[in-house]
Design a protein around this ligand. Structure first.
Ligand code: SAM
Length: 218
């Protein structure tokens, strides 16, 4: 998986189906968390920010972007997400997308999310159920919805929603695209165009690519 700089969809992209499924789910989760809030008064921590492809969603908020490295990332602060140099209760929102699979101790990451959130603060978290190996060797886990719910509760967070971003049809198509030889990539626009139609006709969401989660600190 290539690091994302900004969100722009195109039928000729290899990651089209992945982003088509994930981005609207993230945008909806963030919109829900921000709804009716005065953005100027909100502090958002973007954990494992990468290039900050979702920064625009938090326009008007005070956003603190954190990553462990500046390589392929644009952090305000260099830190390990499992040991943050931030005061407890400093954040209204913690945003953490596609990072939890790269952290060897996800329980510590979620404990830091809980510690840095103020009571009533919300976490927007995403992570993969199915994904080819990437960012190796720092690619440790894949998660089920029940695994996420368990980890969140153990960390002291209350899961509000754990939403699959697509289903088996899209997952199969993404696997096929990954496996296609170069010459067969001429089929890409066709697969990209047909898959959402087939996915719409299927109600099997047991095999998504990712889960998009909103959780609250009690
Ligand atoms: C797949 S990228 C996702 C980037 C961004 N959140 C996104 O959705 O595009 C994973 C990011 O997590 C960062 N990361 C992984 N482990 C980390 C750790 N222990 N502490 C801080 N950042 C970490 C990586 O440097 C990378 O920028």
């Amino acid at each position: 998986m290539r690091r994302l700089k900004r969100r722009r969809l195109g039928l000729l992209q290899r990651d089209y189906l992945v982003h088509r499924a994930l981005w609207p789910a993230i945008e909806a989760a963030v919109a829900g968390v921000l709804q009716g809030r005065d953005r100027a008064g909100l502090t958002v921590i973007d954990l494992g920010c990468g290039e900050g492809p979702y920064a625009d969603l938090f326009e008007g908020c005070r956003r603190i972007a954190i990553d462990r490295s500046c390589e392929g990332a644009a952090p305000d602060l260099l830190a390990d997400v499992a040991a943050l140099p931030l005061a407890g209760g400093c954040a209204d929102i913690v945003f953490c997308t596609q990072v939890i699979e790269h952290v060897p101790r996800p329980d510590r990451l979620l404990a830091e999310c809980c510690r840095t959130l103020r009571p009533g603060g919300q976490l927007v978290l995403t992570g993969p159920f199915y994904w080819p190996l990437h960012e190796e060797p720092h690619d440790y886990y894949r998660y089920t919805r029940h695994g996420f719910a368990h980890l969140l509760r153990e960390a002291g967070l209350l899961p509000l929603q754990i939403v699959p971003d697509c289903g088996s049809v899209t997952q199969a198509a993404v696997s096929l695209i990954e496996a296609l030889p170069r010459w067969a990539l001429v089929l890409l626009p066709l697969i990209n165009a047909l898959t959402p139609l087939l996915q719409r006709g299927s109600n099997d969401c047991r095999s998504p690519l990712n889960y998009v989660i909103v959780a609250r600190k009690p």
